[in-house]
Design a protein around this ligand. Structure first.
Ligand SMILES: C[S@@+](CC[C@H](N)C(=O)[O-])C[C@H]1O[C@@H](n2cnc3c(N)ncnc32)[C@H](O)[C@@H]1O
Length: 265
């Protein structure tokens, strides 16, 4: 967003650069049900023309579903991380109507204002410093009748499971999450001219071979890579040890809940 700390953005981009390959390998298949839901809802019903924007596209798993439904549309992914953008461009290479922009998706270029038939974003919103402002920008990018489909991880995604255990192990080592914005995003959609069509918590099964594999994926190919970069090996080894001592042994299955906002302008 406007005014975001450039150093914070650079550190976040750097962490996702390093995580990109492992994110694509480990998390993209596991997050696929949420991506498919977000994409299908928009793909089914959109104004007949206008581009589709995909803020925080990462490696761009949203793309195959979007091009399958709208092969002739301009589809534009935006991501902060050069490493993610490189993989996204590889995924997009065979479609001339698709491009990927490296940049901050919290503030959109004015060219998109009231211009887009669709905005789809999965698991990016919760990483932005001011998600309420960003969501308002994304709604304002829609043309009349345009659709927005945003899925993000809320502050609590499960009571029991690997994400819940991570929160427990890290609770004393990072500032408490400020989740006050989550109560304001409905108003942000409306203030930007949108109408909410759906606001619920889709939950799908995820499987991990074991706790150690999950920890390694989160810290090397997931959102904890930024913490690993900042805090170093000794700190991370100690947290890993705590996590593994508290985790169940063997395969680990859980059912985290995301939040899904579907809106029309
Ligand atoms: C968890 S990944 C999700 C990627 C993809 N949408 C998916 O569903 O797999 C989050 C992505 O958000 C990107 N991101 C974080 N902050 C961003 C910002 N301010 N602007 C653009 N992208 C950002 C990261 O670089 C990362 O690629």
């Amino acid at each position: 967003m406007a005014g975001d700390d450039p150093d914070r953005l650079a550190r976040l981009a750097d962490a996702w650069d390093g995580a990109a390959l492992e994110y694509e390998r480990y998390f993209v298949p596991r997050f696929a049900p949420w991506v498919e839901a977000a994409v299908q809802a928009v793909a089914e019903s959109m104004p007949p023309s206008g581009p589709i924007l995909v803020p925080c596209c990462g490696t761009f798993p949203e793309l195959p579903g979007l091009v399958a439904a709208h092969p002739d549309r301009e589809i534009v992914g935006i991501d902060l991380s050069a490493g993610m953008v490189r993989l996204a461009r590889e995924r997009a290479a065979s479609w001339p109507t698709v491009r990927v922009v490296e940049g901050d998706a919290a503030t959109l270029d004015p060219q998109w204002s009231s211009a887009c038939a669709g905005v789809v974003s999965v698991f990016g919103l919760q990483q932005l410093p001011d998600p309420v402002v960003a969501l308002g920008e994304w709604v304002a990018a829609l043309c009349p009748g345009g659709r927005l489909s945003v899925i993000y991880w809320p502050s609590v995604v499960e009571e029991d499971g690997p994400f819940a255990l991570l929160d427990r192990v890290l609770a004393d080592h990072r500032p408490p999450a400020d989740d006050s914005w989550e109560g304001r995003i409905g108003d942000a959609v409306i203030a930007a001219g949108g109408t909410i069509e759906r606001d619920d918590h889709p939950s799908f099964r995820m499987d991990h071979p074991d706790a150690e594999t999950f920890w390694t994926a989160m810290t090397s190919g997931g959102p904890l890579r930024a913490m690993a970069n900042a805090r170093g090996d000794t700190f991370m080894q100690a947290r890993r040890q705590e996590f593994l001592e508290l985790a169940p042994s063997g395969p680990w299955r859980h059912q985290p809940r995301a939040r899904w906002i579907l809106a029309r302008r």
